[in-house]
Ligand binder design. Structure first.
Ligand SMILES: [Zn+2]
Length: 338
């Protein structure tokens, strides 16, 4: 039996060396380590040995059992670790698709516009969404009976109509003039609110970018130069443009800048309403009364201002014709914007 125990040790060693999985290890256990397995049967035979053989064989048997148990447990630990490792790093699993978040199309357009004007030497300024009548209307030269003050256009916050949600970013012009001494050269991105019906073409909440320059010698020519430089940078070099006379209470003279419709190349389409031009920007020389309201002497300083809506630009860029789509957080649309 001593020889048999010696051979078994060699056999166990060989078998254990070939085990590569927990499943194979379990088969080994069933074969040898359970009560009716190889070792169990050996113990049975040991009990029937003559008393004088028992001390020697008993020691050998005990050694064999210890050897097998230790090797079994060590192998089990390392196989379990390897299995867990594979769960964590299975190089053969197909990758999980993930989508990186991106900037909203409106934020992208705002960022690009701000970047272009920053290169042209403008500082970025911001103002509060909640304004008073003074900053939003009166100081900007809106006469008391102006239709923009009507309930239908403005969200008033107090019954006396002194507090409201700003209807444009222009009140920041007054804040800048009152806070800074010229030269002022600022760009103002922001959110504005109007009491409008929500339709494919209008929302009650949207974005504008406002620009203001105040200095000793600024001119309408410089204003045009800045806006043309912007249009070439934003819409592409060679973009055709035109200025049309317009009216705003806070600028005089006032103009509207159009660019050649890039969807139809000027032949006329639904987006440009058939006339081949797209309005992109209102502008003008700051009205002397507005300069005075900002605490700046119109005899000494001149200013120009401009403003543009952001949503329409984002729609044109995405080729969409319903402004509401920009606010529905539909991933099919958002994923088109990088
Ligand atoms: Zn067109």
């Amino acid at each position: 039996m001593q020889e048999e125990l010696q051979q078994l040790r060699t056999q166990f060693e060989r078998e254990l060396a070939q085990i590569a999985s927990l499943q194979e290890l379990e088969q080994f256990r069933q074969r040898h380590l359970v009560r009716r397995g190889t070792l169990g049967q050996l113990r049975e035979r040991f009990r029937q040995l003559p008393a004088e053989q028992k001390p020697i064989v008993g020691r050998l048997l005990h050694e064999l059992e210890q050897f097998v148990q230790q090797r079994y447990q060590a192998l089990q630990r390392s196989l379990q670790e390897r299995a867990e490792e594979q769960l964590r790093f299975d190089l053969w699993l197909p990758g999980r698709r993930s989508f990186l978040g991106g900037r909203h199309p409106i934020q992208q357009v705002l960022d690009e516009i701000v970047a272009i004007f920053t290169r042209l030497g403008f500082q970025v300024a911001e103002g509060p969404d909640i304004e008073d009548d003074e900053h939003n209307f009166t100081a900007l030269n809106f006469p008391p009976e102006h239709p923009a003050r009507d309930m239908q256009d403005t969200f008033f916050l107090t019954p006396d109509r002194q507090w409201l949600l700003r209807t444009h970013t222009s009140p920041v012009q007054i804040r800048l003039m009152r806070a800074l001494r010229p030269p002022i050269r600022a760009i103002v991105p922001g959110r504005v609110y109007r009491n409008e019906e929500i339709t494919p073409r209008s929302l009650a909440e949207f974005h504008q970018v406002e620009g203001l320059v105040v200095d000793r010698s600024v001119s309408f020519t410089e204003l045009k130069g800045v806006l043309v430089a912007f249009a070439q940078a934003f819409y592409g070099p060679g973009t055709e443009y035109r200025f049309r006379p317009s009216f705003f209470p806070f600028t005089e003279p006032s103009a509207e800048m159009d660019i050649r419709c890039f969807l139809c190349q000027g032949t006329g389409c639904r987006v440009c309403k058939g006339n081949g031009w797209l309005e992109i920007c209102g502008c003008g020389m700051v009205h002397p009364a507005v300069l005075r309201n900002g605490g700046i002497d119109p005899e000494e300083f001149l200013g120009y201002a401009f403003g543009m809506g952001i949503e329409r630009i984002a729609l044109l860029r995405l080729g969409l014709d319903d402004i509401r789509l920009l606010y529905q957080n539909d991933l099919r649309i958002l994923r088109q914007c990088r």
